[in-house]
Design a protein around this ligand. Structure first.
Ligand code: ADP
Ligand code: ZN
Length: 532
């Protein structure tokens, strides 16, 4: 039971309206705040824009002592601290950009009890000296922002977050709260274990974002020029609105930004190849100028709080459904409608896998990341409501179709391509991973001059003459998206092999049905599902 003088939820509400100007808490905020006010540990998984920061800021102010906030990015800290100061809250940050004089002033304020919130980086905290100084102060709580960074299963792993488990030992009597917008069940478990939050109450809010209208388009070809042209078209159709275009590489980012400027839009490139000052300048412009379009790599994002982003376009798809939802989620934070449009193609999978392969990660972790990437592509090339697919992935098994995405708005005709899929898989099996996508289609249709004598003796040679090469390309690509076929990521001209053995067997036995969206040209498609 709580001592009578402890702050109550009513105190929290009046602070919320007095300092933040919000009439009341929303969603799970009040429950989370109540738990922290009572001095208990919490893991709060709230969607982007869900208002995670007030969940710990308000209890930090109301409870006696200094509230410590661990935050992964300087830009994020700066934004939050500046906003708090403007609202009259005594907040400060200690990061590499703070001078020695400022540091002493901040510690002095902390010691005299004049500081409500102190933001620090995980690196700064890991240095040790800071922990010692903090141990001398009364702490109201410790908040760990973007807590998914602690997990290798997440998409944003930061090794320094691993040390934050130490906080449990150093500050056993201080309530700790971990917040994040993205955590599947596995990441959640990892957060609880790594941060030693075994006792924490876990809150997971709905991931529904009804104001987001999602869609995905298969790229017509692997040609960059064609993808750029499509991006320009999409942006020009939304002229005057502010938006974000995500690109997979710095080069791509510079190129697309230039192409957009040439096409008369106010496009700003943003990536980690620019120094911090330059990036800050570009961020300021994006926030200040009307109709600005940020063309960015994933370096842009965490903590960006521009309310009126009306569209988010992925010129290249992200690496997982978590990253997808987080990036798309930067649109429509004001609650007004916003669009999320993702362009994807088979070469993007190969690229994603190649990039994963080059990262220094344990094999086990790599496998998880590969699976996450495949789940994203299967969703993009699938025929399930986008929002429903994402929410189910996050554990909302009861999520219903959103009614506004491209799939809901225009349910695709689905064609049963199980038999052609069996032929394609059999061909790849017989070819033993010797051919790339194009040559597999040649083999199936039997339309090639490059045929080799041994190839002609295989039972699968020309087995698919009834389907046009384009039709086969669609099917082979879909099998790649579903992970039934895999492209060897290490190969410059990737060779295609069979994917997961069990999944492939299920297709052979017709236990798993393969449905494609476009009718394979020349093929008598048989059963149709979806709308007639
Ligand atoms: P997150 O960190 O979860 O993405 P923020 O904490 O940045 O979200 O909050 C997102 C926006 O929602 C901010 O503009 C914030 O002021 C606003 N907000 C937070 N809580 C409430 C509330 N209870 N009512 C209305 N607006 C809120
Ligand atoms: Zn939908």
């Amino acid at each position: 039971s709580r001592p009578a003088q402890d702050p109550t939820l009513d105190d929290a509400r009046s602070l919320l309206s007095r300092v933040w100007g919000h009439a009341d808490f929303r969603g799970l905020q009040s429950q989370v705040v109540d738990e922290i006010l009572a001095g208990r540990d919490v893991l709060a998984v709230l969607p982007t824009g869900g208002g995670k920061s007030v969940c710990y800021q308000i209890p930090a102010i109301l409870r006696p002592g200094l509230g410590l906030v661990v935050s992964p990015l300087i830009a994020l800290m700066t934004d939050q601290v500046e906003a708090l100061k403007q609202q009259g809250v005594a907040a400060a940050r200690l990061d590499s950009g703070v001078s020695l004089d400022e540091r002493s002033a901040i510690w002095a304020a902390a010691r005299s009890g004049d500081l409500d919130l102190l933001y620090v980086s995980p690196e700064g905290l890991a240095a040790g000296a800071m922990m010692d100084r903090l141990a001398e102060l009364p702490l109201s709580l410790i908040a760990i922002d973007e807590a998914h960074c602690v997990s290798q299963w997440g998409h944003d792993f930061r090794p320094d977050y691993r040390n934050l488990g130490l906080l449990a030992e150093r500050f056993p009597n201080v309530p700790r709260i971990a917040v994040t917008a993205t955590a599947d069940a596995r990441t959640r478990d990892d957060i609880l274990r790594s941060l030693r939050l075994e006792q924490a109450k876990v809150f997971v809010d709905s991931f529904a974002r009804p104001n987001l209208q999602l869609s995905a388009e298969r790229k017509e070809s692997a040609s960059r020029a064609k993808t750029d042209a499509r991006v320009i078209e999409l942006v020009r159709e939304r002229r005057g609105k502010s938006g974000v275009v995500y690109c997979g590489s710095r080069d791509g980012c510079d190129r697309v930004a230039q192409a957009l400027r040439d096409a008369g839009t106010n496009a700003i490139a943003y990536h980690a190849g620019m120094d911090t000052k330059e990036r800050d300048r570009r961020l300021e412009r994006f926030l200040a100028e009307d109709g600005a379009v940020m063309v960015a790599t994933i370096a842009f994002g965490m903590g960006v709080d521009k309310a009126d982003v009306r569209f988010v376009i992925h010129a290249d798809p992200p690496g997982s459904l978590e990253a997808y939802w987080q990036e798309i989620g930067r649109g429509g934070r004001d609650g007004e409608p916003a669009e999320g449009i993702t362009l994807y193609g088979p070469s993007d999978i190969a690229w994603t896998l190649r990039r994963l392969d080059s990262r220094p990660m344990a094999e086990e972790v790599k496998q998880v990341q590969v699976r996450k990437a495949r789940q994203l592509f299967a969703m993009l090339d699938g025929a399930v409501c986008r929002a429903q697919a994402v929410r189910r992935y996050f554990g909302e098994t009861e999520a219903q179709p959103c009614g506004v995405c491209d799939i809901c708005g225009d349910p695709p005709l689905l064609y049963d391509a199980t038999v052609p899929a069996q032929k394609a898989l059999a061909a790849v099996q017989r070819l033993g991973g010797r051919f790339g996508r194009g040559r597999i289609v040649d083999h199936l249709t039997g339309r090639t001059k490059a045929v080799q004598p041994w190839e002609q003796q295989l039972s699968t040679w020309g087995i698919g003459a009834d389907i046009s090469p384009n039709g086969w390309r669609d099917i082979v690509d879909h099998l790649l998206f579903e992970g039934l076929l895999v492209e060897d990521p290490n190969d410059g001209k990737p060779l295609v092999g069979l994917g997961d053995g069990e999944a492939v067997r299920a297709v052979y036995k017709a236990e798993r049905k393969i449905e494609v969206r476009r009718v394979p040209a020349g093929y008598d498609a048989g059963t149709r599902s979806g709308n007639p």
